[in-house]
Ligand binder design. Structure first.
Ligand SMILES: [Zn+2]
Length: 219
């Protein structure tokens, strides 16, 4: 056991690093149902709502839309997104019976779950689904999003940007800015819902964490 000094220094450095290795960014896979029927409804949505005719229900991501669930727990939210068909929301079912969902769910402690591959179509933001990755955070007006969620969103968006070279990061409540531009693709000009999630405070803090990546917030 006669390590040269240099090796000891290296070993000590590694030992100091270990706790931070243990907390590195991680995504847990928790897939929702994506069967033939969900794919068929997604293709219909792409065609009828976005005016895009495709053979696969895939997207080329150029933006991330950040949401809150307004549903208090991860499991309840998962149970809302998991079914293929939408139920009980007449303002949405008239446009399509494809259920709403998102690509990622971030729990209040910052744990990240992937519900769908980043490039699979998901219905979460009118006019922009065809190009937007959706991140849903467990929380709402009565349960403001946490610091852990803020950190997780920033890390997740950095990871997604490396994969897809994103141009925009927006909060769902900011999506109106795209209406009337080339990026907005919705065949019915009156199909719009009022959104407040996740709010200016959270987006301001998130943008501060991502400032070096120069994402745009509007067209
Ligand atoms: Zn939303």
């Amino acid at each position: 056991m006669n390590y040269p000094l240099r090796n000891w220094v290296l070993l000590i450095c590694l030992a100091i690093q270990l706790p931070s290795f243990a907390q590195t960014f991680r995504i847990f896979e928790k897939p929702i149902i994506f069967n033939e029927e969900r794919e068929k409804l997604s293709l219909e949505y792409l065609k009828n709502r976005h005016g895009i005719d495709q053979e696969t229900a895939t997207i080329v991501p150029s933006m991330v839309v950040v949401h809150w669930t307004a549903v208090p727990t991860l499991e309840t939210t998962f149970d809302v997104f998991n079914p293929v068909h939408l139920g009980g929301r007449p303002e949405l079912t008239s446009a399509s019976n494809l259920n709403v969902s998102a690509h990622f769910l971030v729990d209040r402690d910052g744990t990240i779950f992937r519900l769908l591959p980043d490039t699979t179509f998901a219905r979460h933001t009118i006019g922009l689904n065809y190009t937007a990755i959706g991140i849903e955070n467990i929380g709402g007006p009565d349960a403001p999003l946490t610091k852990a969620q803020l950190k997780a969103n920033a890390e997740l968006i950095r990871y997604l940007h490396k994969k897809h070279q994103l141009a925009y990061v927006i909060g769902h409540h900011e999506y109106y800015a795209f209406q009337g531009t080339d990026i907005w693709k919705e065949t019915d000009p009156d199909y719009l819902t009022q959104k407040q999630d996740p709010g200016d405070r959270f987006m301001k803090k998130l943008r501060k964490k991502l400032a070096d990546l120069n994402f745009k917030s509007k067209p």
